[in-house]
Design a protein. Structure first.
Ligand code: SF4
Ligand code: SF4
Length: 91
């Protein structure tokens, strides 16, 4: 089954969506579009305000490439698995 076009794109003033795991701090975003370029699922798009916006949160696979590539640390990806990386017991 195709996984695209489930919902209408949704934009807010801050460029975020309540249902997304991706949060963009608009005040820190300088509009370089690196996150948009690296997102494999096209979750992000640049807005007319030259800030990155989460337009397809339902597509996000929480790979965190956007957060890792952002030179201004303006992207946060919420994911328990990512948070726990490096904290596993090593018996
Ligand atoms: S976590 Fe991955 S899929 Fe989700 S917005 Fe970032 S780059 Fe795209
Ligand atoms: S990579 Fe960071 S600074 Fe560049 S557009 Fe994305 S959120 Fe903004």
């Amino acid at each position: 089954m195709p996984e695209t076009e489930d919902t209408e794109p949704s934009r807010t003033e801050a460029g975020n969506n309540d249902r997304t795991y991706v949060h963009i701090y608009a005040e820190w975003c300088k509009g370089c579009a690196i996150c948009v370029a690296f997102c494999p699922k096209k979750v992000l798009e640049m807005g007319d305000d030259l800030k990155a916006h989460v337009v397809h949160p339902e597509r996000c696979i929480r790979c965190a490439l956007c957060a890792r590539r952002c030179p201004d640390f303006a992207v946060t990806v919420l994911d328990e698995e990512l948070v726990s990386v490096g904290e596993e017991d090593d018996h």
